[in-house]
Each structure stands twice: as C-alpha cells, then as structure tokens.
Design a protein around this ligand. Structure first.
Ligand code: HEC
Length: 109
C-alpha cells in the first residue's frame, strides 16, 4: 500500500517541472543570462549574434511567435517529446532557469 502511494507521489513530482512552468513565473532578463550560461548561442543566432555551430540550430529570431510557453518548456526538458527526431540536446535546467529561459525566448518576436 505504502509502495503504491510512494510511486504515485514520485510520478507526480516527475511530471511537475514541464507541466507547471508558465512564462509569468520567469524573468526575461534572467533568461537571457541562462541562454548565455547554457551555451545555447553555440548552435543558434539571436539578433545577428551567433556561435561556431549556428548552422545546426539556426536563428531563434521570431521564435516567440512560432512557439508557446508549453511547447518550449517541453522541448527543453525532453526535445524528442516535442520534435520526434530532435537532435538538440536536452538542457540541464532548474525549474526557475527553465521558466526564465522560456520567458526570454517568448520576447524574441
Ligand atoms: C548542439 C547544438 C545546440 C545547442 C547547444 C542548442 N540547440 Fe537549440 N536547436 C538545435 C537544433 C539542431 C534544433 C532544430 C531541432 C532539433 O533538431 O532539435 C534546435 C531548435 C531549437 C528551438 C526550436 C526553434 C524553432 O524555430 O522551433 C529552440 C527554441 C531552441 N533550439 C533553443 C535552444 C536553447 C534555449 C538552447 C540552450 C539551452 C539551445 N537551443 C541549445 C541545436 C542546438
């Protein structure tokens, strides 16, 4: 009985991060720093600033119009759940970093 309850609690915890992230919890300014700290720039271009492998991920300009908060949170947590043959690595982010990063990307319009 206890084991079952513990499993249910664990599943609830695991399901939490992506499901509860909403952009209002995040700060775009902090998210810009997360973008730099996690080396997203390596494979992407934002406002003409790009890294050595920018051809892999391409430009994120306008991504805030193409994608919403839920999609971005899912994609950063489990890329293949959002794009079946995704090649982008999952980012190792705290819940707060994830919310900040999503808030930042939603400002790219
Ligand atoms: C190793 C290269 C690489 C790194 C590092 C990387 N990406 Fe990507 N990214 C990609 C590729 C490749 C795609 C295209 C989809 C796929 O294959 O997953 C992509 C797609 C995306 C998309 C979807 C764009 C769209 O128009 O739908 C977003 C948003 C994104 N990346 C954000 C990030 C963020 C934020 C980080 C840092 C946490 C990051 N990427 C780090 C390679 C990378």
């Amino acid at each position: 009985m206890n084991g079952h309850r513990a499993t249910a609690a664990l599943l609830a915890t695991l399901a939490l991060p992506a499901a509860t992230v909403c952009a209002e919890d995040g700060s775009p300014e902090a998210g810009r720093l997360v973008y730099e700290a996690k080396l997203c720039n390596l494979c992407h271009i934002v406002a003409g600033v790009s890294g050595p492998m920018a051809n892999l991920g391409g430009s994120l300009d306008g991504v805030g119009q193409r994608r919403d908060a839920a999609w971005l949170a899912l994609y950063f947590t489990d890329p293949k759940a959002a794009i079946p043959n995704a090649t982008m690595p999952a980012a190792n982010l705290t819940k707060q970093e994830l919310a900040d990063l999503v808030a930042y990307l939603l400002t790219l319009r």
